[in-house]
Ligand binder design. Sequence first.
Ligand SMILES: [Zn+2]
Length: 436
Amino acid sequence: MAKIDQLTIDRVLEAADIVDVVGEFQDLRRAGVNYTGLCPFHDDKHAGNFIVRPRGLKNGGNSYRCFVCDKKGGPVQYLMEREKMSFPDAIRWLGRKYNIPVDDVPLNWTPPPPRPVPPPPPPLAIPREWVSGMMRRGYRNNFVGWLYSLPWSPDRRARLSEVLWMYCVAGYNDGRVCFWQIDHEGVPRSAKLMRYENDGHRTKTEHPGWLYNQPGIRERLDPDNHTIFRPLFGSHLLRRYPEARVNIVESEKTAIIMATLWGEPEKNLWLACGGLSWLKLDAMQPLIDDGRRTYLWPDRDGVDAWRQVCDKLGADNVTVTTDFFRTCYVPEDDGPKADVADIALRLMAGGRRPTPKQKPKPVEDAAVPPVVVDDGQPFLDPVEIADPRVRQWREKMGRVHSKGWGQWPTCNVPGVKSVGEILSEHPLLKKLFTNR
Ligand SMILES: [Zn+2]
């Protein structure tokens, strides 16, 4: 049997287009400049791990790669791996597809019988009344208590109530805070339960839980027979504020704090993906499809990882904003999880950043806040504090922070209300849920 000559192989390889080839065997969906679908090489239930990069792209064009099982290659590897073709047969198959004569040997491959594909289980949708119900019940939790203990100015304190309401932050009956994950069409898809210490830090010994896994609720929602989708925290606000730029941070706490500080949701929305490794394609898809201007604000230790995600997404409306680590003073002892809210809180608490040695470059088309004010002044308004106990606490904070970030001291200012108490007083709460 004669070998296929190299010139023919080269012609075939040059003609082969990965999107065409993969598209012959499975469904692909556009995701920015890339395509994505279910990975054929492992038991994949989550579109978004298997990425196909078309021809002509820098960094691995005309190739596929799965980020779970790490199978990767070009058109020929795909045919060999998926269809179990030999190399010559893969060349023959491609030759036939692209009308390039290869040799006279017949293609030794029969298309596999169409496999019955079971339909994916329906997506989990949690009844909308559960959100309002949980918000009305207003269980106390440390997260909300801590937020109210911060030395906000009166207008920001009022805004905090509004923000907690807008984001549907609620409490679970065991003292955990419940972050609802409601999609851009207003359907509650999931809810994350997290326990916080009264210093505003997450209880490290306890992993976040999911509402649909809780005893008594699991039986009612039956998550095992549903597809679980976890939208970005705050996604339900996208439709309400169609013109807003979208800022994505890691933690829900950061999103709440930033939304309170720059509370103009019609201009800037703050969404959270829930953690460094949670910036997933399916959660980003509505933003990519919409062409929304989107800025990613990773924690300090997440800059490189999120840059990579950004490259993979290949959407030109999504950018990573990292300049604030360069232009703002973030002491090393803030640790690897330092983020944009740490900078903001430090300044709010009276800490000042030292005058930078060189004039910082303005953040390019910065999503948000004037983080690059170069007059040595904190970039927030002076905090007006009437309550002397809060002032004392703030001074203490300033001292703590001049030594290092460390632990937030607790502020036991009486009159701090639970989120439920605040929300039940909120005139807008009733409006939100009674109509739908
Ligand atoms: Zn795979």
